[in-house]
Design a protein around this ligand. Structure first.
Ligand code: HEM
Ligand SMILES: [Fe+2]
Length: 372
């Protein structure tokens, strides 16, 4: 058991990995923090900031917020080390939610909002004032709401209903900042169409748009569905949770990662070599595939489980008898179409990245030959 705790599987959802690997991951995250801070440092200490689209001071504030969010991402994973092998499960679960809720739903949200704001300002789509207000709003919500919001998870740890209600109320505010930024960006982007900007930023922007969309649907609507205490009473840990978790995790952070990859690739590869057709296929299949997974399989399964829980009992809704009933099994199989569509997106994105880098490498090699 000792060896398993350190090198195997701790058995706790989302913090499954053995303690040794957990420490390893923390070191990796800290190295990432150093790398990001090293890149931000010159901009933070710069005195005059050239011809920026917005005032130097505001830009510094924004970058400072980004630096703080980065440090938080690195350090907060440390909460995963707060329990030992023999810690009581309710204490362990408290800290586990620091990782799953505070880290993922809180700090990541602040980081995502800040980073997207910085990029949107660079793209000329967002006013600095709105960005800073929203990021401060996000940070305040995280501090007063995110911490209290953790209680929407502590349902079976002897937490009183009133405390769960506080958790539900505050966590529901989490999605607001990114939604406001989304609306502002959407309004500006309508004016910006057909310009040089379109050519340069179209695809990163589309993926950032997907982040906004899934933030509203996956985290917002599907999150709200499982959020009220009365809802949690009947359906905690069932398929409506899986529905919310998948659409918010991939929908928000998966799409954000792809958008950022594309943003960076603009500098690393030649835009001329981008196969936009592959990218278009990838964008639509990833989004439609995720939507199909949610609407054809997880959502109906979750709704049926909830009905079973309300009409019979919570135990019945999770029993093998109900889970393996023909209709539930049929709905599990309904995962296949969405998964197939989604994997087309994965492969076409991989092919796009490969092609873009290979063509750019070939071009620079040819140029070097000409130079010689
Ligand atoms: C992008 C932001 C979010 C992400 C990545 C996210 C992710 C997750 C994940 C992975 C779980 C499953 C945890 C588990 O059961 O072990 C979860 C559960 C939950 N989330 Fe979120 N979430 C987000 C935003 C929100 C928001 C805004 C709300 C409130 C409206 C919310 C309410 C909940 C609730 C109540 C649960 C517990 C459900 C249960 O235990 O059955 N989430 N979330
Ligand atoms: Fe949460």
């Amino acid at each position: 058991m000792q060896v398993n705790f350190w090198f195997g599987h701790q058995g706790y959802e989302y913090v499954d990995l053995g303690r040794f690997w957990q420490i390893f991951l923390l070191i990796g995250l800290l190295l990432w923090v150093i790398l990001v801070l090293r890149a931000l440092y010159p901009a933070l200490t710069e005195k005059v900031l050239g011809t920026s689209m917005f005032s130097p001071n505001s830009r510094k504030h924004l970058l400072l917020l980004l630096a703080i969010a980065t440090i938080c991402i690195g350090l907060l994973y440390g909460a995963g080390l707060m329990w030992g092998q023999h810690t009581h499960i309710s204490v362990m679960n408290y800290w586990r939610w620091w990782i799953v809720h505070l880290w993922v739903e809180g700090v990541f949200e602040v980081f995502a909002t800040t980073l997207l704001s910085v990029l949107f300002i660079h793209m000329g789509l967002l006013r600095v004032r709105t960005a800073i207000t929203m990021i401060l709003f996000a940070t305040i919500i995280f501090l007063i709401g995110g911490v209290l919001g953790t209680f929407h998870h502590l349902y079976f740890s002897g937490t009183p209903t009133s405390v769960i209600a506080i958790g539900a109320t505050f966590s529901a505010l989490e999605v607001v900042p990114l939604v406001v930024i989304g609306f502002e960006v959407y309004n500006h982007s309508k004016i910006e169409q057909q310009t040089e900007w379109e050519k340069n930023y179209h695809w990163p922007f589309m993926f950032f748009g997907a982040v906004m969309f899934w933030n509203l649907v996956g985290a917002g609507i599907f999150g709200f569905m499982v959020n009220p205490p009365i809802a949690l009473y009947y359906m905690q840990g069932m398929n409506l949770t899986a529905n919310h978790a998948h659409t918010s995790l991939f929908g928000v952070y998966g799409m954000l990662a792809i958008g950022l990859i594309l943003y960076c690739m603009r500098g690393l590869t030649d835009l001329e070599n981008w196969n936009n057709k592959l990218l278009k296929i990838s964008f639509w299949t990833l989004n439609i595939g995720l939507g199909m997974m949610a609407f054809l399989s997880l959502l109906p399964q979750g709704i049926l489980q909830t009905i079973a829980s309300v009409n019979h009992s919570y135990a019945y809704a999770r029993s093998a008898e109900f889970i393996h009933s023909p209709i539930m099994e049929g709905l599990v199989w309904m995962r296949v179409p969405g998964d197939v569509v989604f994997s087309v997106g994965v492969f076409s994105f991989a092919a796009f990245v490969y092609q873009a880098f290979r063509k750019s490498a070939a071009k620079s090699k040819a140029l070097r030959k000409v130079d010689v």
